[in-house]
Design a binder for this molecule. Sequence first.
Ligand code: NAP
Length: 282
Amino acid sequence: MKVFVIGIGLIGGSFAIDIKASFNEAKIYGIDRSEESLDKALSLGLIDEKATMEELGKADVVIVAIPVDATVNILPEILDNISDECLVFDVGSTKKQLCLSINNHPNRRNYLAAHPIAGTEFSGPQAAIANLYRGKTNIICEVEKTAFKLQERAMEIFTRLGMRIRYMDPASHDKHIAYVSHLSHISSFMLGKTVIEKEKNERDIFDMAGSGFASTVRLAKSSPAMWTPIFKHNKENVIETLEEYIANLTKFKELMERDDFSEIYKEMEDTNHIKAILKGIT
Ligand code: NAP
């Protein structure tokens, strides 16, 4: 099986590692805009060979793991260049614009829209790790638009990598993911910004910061090159989540100003319900 990974960073590189480990016959080809990333991917053993877009005709599987705006730009060209039997799937964190953009492409049946809910705050080939996807959810959109034989090939890959599959339409995916992923990243980035601006002497932050601060700002280490296009693609849903979040912050501030600590206690007690909701999620 010839697997072409376009964008050999955290997500693409982690697919490369697990596919190589799960399919004896798999050969991994890497395509990336940066020669340096490709050299690193080769030296780390993530890919077997560097490749170019002109070689896509020999691919059995193409995985597109680049920022979502770049995926929208490049996907038609990928679908133009593949063979009839090739499966193409992307891993982008937004799905609506992407699915719309290739809806009428003659090779739409070769494409599967996927979003593995797995990752870390690190990026680039050096961030790729084994077993990133084991036990994680993979959201598939518009599965009925993918050729049945190619759906089966995709499911074989996802199952061997240990993923659970959920099906969703692209608009619902983007709406729900805005709450559980995109808002958390904005909240973490802005918490980090607030503390950095106040504590000009970074040593003080590190001296006083406990594990609570570190875990809450962990996502603020994430790549702006990946996140800016996500916010751009999911602008309306993200603004809606922000309005609700800001309203909650404002209410909390007003309760503080009114010395209404019994209501503050209740707000936190109600939110403790998150323990039950998140049970089993690591
Ligand atoms: P990453 O580690 O930064 O890797 C992306 C790779 O793609 C980099 O090597 C980058 O090269 C390359 N690239 C960027 N634009 C390109 C282009 N136009 N053509 C070819 N290569 C290009 O990012 P990632 O975290 O793997 O994210 C990749 C995709 O996965 C994104 O669509 C993201 O939404 C999705 N995703 C991410 C996570 C997560 O937690 N990170 C989770 C699920 C899905 P440079 O180094 O030169 O920029």
